[in-house]
Structures are given as structure tokens and as C-alpha cells.
Design a protein around this ligand. Structure first.
Ligand SMILES: [Zn+2]
Length: 255
């Protein structure tokens, strides 16, 4: 029998299976993203002290199966891991669910993902002690995209490297370049672009480097910046996130 392994993990999604089992997908600190089956999870409060449901932060114990895709989850304990209370507020539920689904979409099973785990942990932590707002959403989106290899540039022109200044001239966000070009370079760039105020670009540049825990309450980019992020994210994903529609209805793209 394969050895038992253990790692801290955050539950991304879970569903009941058969009479008393749960099938759970988790993002772990040490083993990437895993899906597993927890036999008797609905009955055993001893082995599954912490409920295996979205947002649960657990110390996961599991065994791999030689030929199965699902690992066997043997135990899940809260240990002394931080728990994130997000279900006391509709906006927190909406943003938290979006964080889980975006993380799920950008990670692959068993691929290395400790960086994504840390970003999700910081995002849910900020949500748990603070509040849901556009600045936290934008900071989280940019941090996670950067982890996934889609670093965005809002601080300087992708073509001539000139620096965009706060309150300065409008710039143009070009999807395929993952960043902005200045008005001087705009004519030399054939692709379509989203016009951004200098202020929105500068705000996104600032937010992308702000620690996630400091972002709630910071100034968010306006609707033009939010639109640029949303377009970029949907261009990199192969599916539409269900939680995004819900989040957009709770936290509309407004300044
Ligand atoms: Zn330029």
C-alpha cells in the first residue's frame, strides 16, 4: 500500500458521492492540486474533524492509488491552520467563490502549485478579516495571473518602455501583449485595444505589487481597468467561470 502523505490544503470544490462519501478537489501546499475520495466523510467526525467543503483549510492525509486518478483521503484535520470565515456576507461569498474557481481554472492536477496556494491563502485571509471590494479582486487576479505565467504590465509601455504617470495621458491595453502601450506607440500596434485612463493604469500597476492583505480598502482601478482584466482573464481560460457572473452582479464594474 502506498505510504500516507500529508500536506496543508484548501478545498476548492466538493460533492457528495454515493451514500456517505465525498469527492473533493483541493489545492495543496506540497502536492499541487489533488482530487480524492473521502470514504465515510459524512459520518465520521473523527477522521474528518473539519468538513470537506469549499473554503475549508485542512491538514490533508491521503494515499495515492496506483491506477486511480482519485487519491484516498484518509483524514482531514483543522490542526492550527487559519480558518477563513467568508459566509457572513454575500459579497465575501461571491468574491471568495470566484477566487476558488479562478485558482481551480489556472492550476493543473498534480502540477507544482505552492505559489498559487500562498496567493489563495492570502486572498481568503484578506477576505476573512476584511471585506470584499474591487481592489482585493483586482490585486488577487493580477497576482494569480502572474503566478500562472501571465504577468501583466500597467506601469510602462510594452513597446517603448516609457513610464505611464498617475493622472497622465490615456494608454491602451493590448490583450495579446498583456500590457499597455502609450499613445505614441498606439498607431504602430495593429491589434485592438482597450483605452485606459492614466489613473486606472497607474492604479493597476500599484495594486499588482501591493501585498494582497493590504489591498482591501485601497483605491481600485475604474471600470476601464476592470474591463481590461476581465477580458484578459477570459482570453486565457477555456471556459467561463460561473462564479464570475454572480460576482459581477454583486460587485458591478463601477468606479
Ligand atoms: Zn510607447
Amino acid at each position: 500500500m502506498p505510504a500516507e502523505e500529508s500536506t496543508p490544503a484548501i478545498v476548492l470544490r466538493a460533492r457528495d458521492y454515493a451514500e456517505s462519501d465525498r469527492i473533493v478537489t483541493l489545492l495543496t501546499l506540497e502536492c499541487g492540486k489533488l482530487s480524492g475520495i473521502a470514504k465515510g466523510a459524512k459520518a465520521s467526525r473523527h477522521r474528518f474533524e473539519r468538513k470537506l467543503e469549499p473554503f475549508s483549510h485542512v491538514n490533508l492525509h491521503f494515499r495515492r492509488r496506483p491506477h486511480g486518478q482519485l487519491v484516498f483521503i484518509t483524514r482531514a484535520e483543522a490542526a492550527d491552520l487559519a480558518q477563513h470565515v467568508v459566509d457572513d456576507d454575500l459579497a465575501k461569498i461571491a468574491l471568495g467563490s470566484y477566487m476558488l474557481e479562478l485558482t481551480d481554472a489556472l492550476t493543473a492536477e498534480e502540477g507544482e502549485a505552492s505559489g498559487a496556494y500562498q496567493i489563495l491563502l492570502a486572498g481568503l485571509g484578506a477576505l476573512g478579516v476584511g471585506f470584499a471590494d474591487s481592489a482585493l479582486r483586482q490585486a488577487f487576479e493580477m497576482r494569480l495571473m502572474r503566478w500562472a505565467g501571465f504577468g501583466l504590465e500597467f506601469g510602462q509601455c510594452r513597446a517603448c518602455a516609457s513610464i505611464s504617470l498617475d493622472g497622465g495621458a490615456a494608454v491602451y491595453f493590448v490583450l495579446s501583449r498583456g500590457g499597455i502601450v502609450c499613445s505614441r506607440c498606439r498607431n504602430a500596434v495593429p491589434e485592438g485595444a482597450i483605452k485606459l485612463s492614466g489613473r486606472s493604469a497607474a492604479t493597476l500597476a500599484r495594486l499588482s505589487d501591493l501585498p494582497i492583505e493590504d489591498s482591501p480598502g485601497a483605491e481600485p482601478a475604474g471600470p476601464d481597468g476592470a474591463l481590461a482584466l476581465a477580458r484578459f482573464i477570459s482570453s486565457t481560460l477555456d471556459r467561463r467561470l460561473r462564479s464570475q457572473e454572480f460576482l459581477d452582479s454583486i460587485m458591478p464594474l463601477k468606479s
